[in-house]
Structures are given as structure tokens and as C-alpha cells.
Design a protein around this ligand. Structure first.
Ligand code: NI
Length: 179
């Protein structure tokens, strides 16, 4: 296990749709374990493989940091099979430096995925877990939450980021929960 480097917008790997996983092997399991460690260390409530430079359909999530590990999810090839309602959540992302914005998502989702033990599972989620699942599955499509806000807001963020990088302040941590 190792802490992995989290790629930041506008890194190209974040824009690419990830490849489906066809084999669960030792290399994949060690990637997943390292992703879990990296997520907790960040800290974040979710992490998708493209965020650590691996274009694979793998996500890890834990929305309950009071009891780390108790609700930990390691999902392979996750897919939203049902979605209903609407919820607006203030989202941040480990790959988007110093920014958060309100994003509209489905309020409830049913996700089908495989576990590292190669068991097929279904997860019913609402609230933060529903938001986090949709946010992570977006990462697998090469999409960030800033792709779901208005063009004007996105452009303002791009300018802000340029300025932060120029001033050497691009590593400051935002206060929002990052997914
Ligand atoms: Ni994210």
C-alpha cells in the first residue's frame, strides 16, 4: 500500500472515460487498497481511479469518517441502474483545487457494481452517499462537478485557479467535504 498522487484539474487523465475492469487480480487489489489509504489521508469521502492516474472503472467511498472503515465501499464497474428525485449539494473534489459549488443530482440512486471479492452487489443510496456515488461515477466518465455548473461559473473558476497557481497558493485546502 502506498499513498498515491492525486491528479488535479486540468490533468488530461481526468477527462478520459475509464476502462471497464475485466479481471480482479493482485495488482487491482493493491491499487484499491492504496486508493482507500489515499482517500482517508486526503481526507475525502470518495476517490475514483482516474484521480490517481489509473483509467479504470474503480471507486472507493466512505461517507462516515467518524467510524472509518465501517461503511467503506470498494466498487468495480459501478453503474447507476435507477435514479429518482432531485437534490442540491455543495460539492468539492480532491481533484479540483480550492473550489466548491452547488450541483444538482438525483436524490436517490440504485447502483450495481462488483466487489473485489467478485460478488455483484446493489447499493441503494440517498443523501451524501447518493451524491458521492454519482460524483465518483462521473469521474469514470471523464466528468468533474465543474462540468455540471454554468459556463460562467466554470470560467470564473478557471481564472481563479490561474491566479492561485501564479501566486503559489494552489495547495490551500478548501473547507467543504471533498468527494
Ligand atoms: Ni471528485
Amino acid at each position: 500500500m502506498a499513498l498515491l498522487r492525486i491528479r488535479k484539474f486540468p490533468d488530461e487523465v481526468l477527462k478520459r472515460p475509464a476502462h471497464p475492469v475485466e479481471n480482479v487480480n493482485g495488482a487491482l487489489n493493491s491499487l484499491i487498497d492504496s486508493m482507500v489509504q489515499t482517500m482517508y489521508a486526503a481526507p475525502g469521502v470518495g476517490l475514483a481511479a482516474p484521480q490517481v492516474g489509473e483509467s479504470k472503472r474503480v471507486i472507493v467511498l466512505d461517507t462516515d469518517h467518524d467510524e472509518p472503515g465501517k461503511h467503506l465501499l470498494k466498487l468495480i464497474n459501478p453503474k447507476i441502474v435507477e435514479a429518482e428525485g432531485k437534490i442540491i449539494w455543495e460539492e468539492g473534489c480532491l481533484s479540483v483545487i480550492d473550489y466548491s459549488a452547488e450541483v444538482e443530482r438525483a436524490a436517490k440512486v440504485l447502483v450495481r457494481a462488483w466487489t473485489p471479492e467478485e460478488k455483484e452487489v446493489e447499493i441503494e443510496a440517498d443523501d451524501l452517499l447518493a451524491v458521492a456515488l454519482q460524483h465518483e461515477i462521473d469521474h469514470l466518465e471523464g466528468k468533474l462537478f465543474i462540468d455540471r455548473i454554468s459556463r460562467i461559473k466554470r470560467e470564473l473558476y478557471r481564472r481563479k485557479l490561474k491566479k492561485l497557481i501564479k501566486e503559489g497558493k494552489a495547495d490551500e485546502r478548501p473547507s467543504t467535504v471533498r468527494i
